[in-house]
Design a protein around this ligand. Structure first.
Ligand code: NAP
Length: 283
């Protein structure tokens, strides 16, 4: 069986069309333009590219966006001061601090200063806690996009066995919590997991979030599984995922490509979170 491709680019485009409509409604009904502030410190090349992509995406859906580019030697208290200022800025509904931050700056401390109502990345402890409790919260963008992609297949999550490989606070752990909330039975694998193959072989849904090319080989995949590959690593200038796509595509029922799967969804979910923040704040 050849898997159907879950086209993240196409799905992302459809969601952005809806966002554009909702932005227009918000402008017409409340005179509000959703605003996103992105703080970037240092000269990490990949981070600069991500920030430009976020600014461009904001512009395309009609948001106001402002990037704050700080030098490598910026101090933690300078970033906190900026966050506090943006917390009070009525034009800004969402604040995002681009990671990684320069050495010596504690990202948890920075995130703890963002108002939970403007924490569109969903990294503040209040939002993480509420997500865990099943209460309304901002949900981190990549795992939110992963769940959306699975739902768009039309397949049930309820009762399925999902295996998440990776347990970071940004991708793996929240993806596992969200799958649990959808009533999947969830196994989380990590670098200390013994016999990864045995776990993956039992999965109806595989979510790979490691950053280790071809870690999940085609022979591990159960016939008919849904395979979501969030992993990205650049090799010889080419973006590759965690899953051995060429082999896995013959076993899975649905699979995401890399690039063009999870990647395009992350910024789209950020736009969705910022729109929600603007709507909530105008209530
Ligand atoms: P991370 O913080 O480095 O976490 C990687 C996770 O993989 C850790 O939990 C680690 O386990 C686990 N791991 C490492 N080697 C393993 C192995 N051999 N077997 C099983 N698990 C293993 O990375 P991250 O931030 O979660 O990102 C994961 C991947 O997603 C990366 O490739 C990243 O580039 C990509 N990503 C993509 C997007 C997107 O928009 N597409 C967004 C964010 C991240 P331990 O906890 O035991 O160390």
């Amino acid at each position: 069986m050849k898997a159907q491709i879950i086209d993240g680019k196409k799905i992302s485009g459809e969601i952005r069309e809806n966002i554009i409509k909702e932005v227009n409604d918000l402008k017409n009904s409340h005179g509000i333009v959703p605003g996103l502030a992105v703080i970037i410190a240092g000269d990490d090349e990949a981070s600069s590219v991500y920030v430009s992509m976020k600014e461009k995406s904001c512009k395309n859906v009609g948001f106001y966006s402002q990037a704050y580019k700080l030098p490598q030697n910026t101090t933690q208290s300078e970033i906190i001061d900026l966050v506090e200022k943006l917390n009070q800025d009525p034009k800004i509904h969402g604040i995002l601090v681009q990671l990684p931050l320069p050495k010596g700056i504690n990202e948890d401390i920075i995130n703890s200063h963002i108002l939970p109502s403007k924490d569109v990345d969903g990294f503040h402890a209040v939002n993480s806690g509420n997500m865990l409790l099943g209460k309304p919260s901002f949900v981190p963008c990549t795992p939110k996009g992963i769940i959306e992609l699975i739902k768009r297949t039309g397949e049930e999550i309820n009762g399925k066995h999902a295996v998440v490989i990776g347990r970071s606070n940004i991708v793996g752990k929240p993806a596992a919590v969200l799958l649990l909330r959808e009533n999947a039975t969830v196994t989380i694998c990590h670098s200390k997991t013994k016999d990864l193959k045995q776990h993956v072989a039992m999965a109806d849904i595989v979510v790979a979030a490691v950053g280790s090319p071809n870690l999940i080989t085609g022979d591990m995949i159960k016939e008919g599984a849904i395979v979501i590959d969030a992993g990205t690593r650049k090799i010889d200038g080419k973006l590759v995922g965690d899953v051995e796509f060429d082999k896995a595509v013959d076993k899975a029922s649905w699979i995401t490509p890399v690039p063009g799967g999870v990647g395009p969804m992350t910024i789209t979910m950020l736009l969705q979170n910022t729109l929600k923040a603007a709507r909530d704040q105008c209530k």
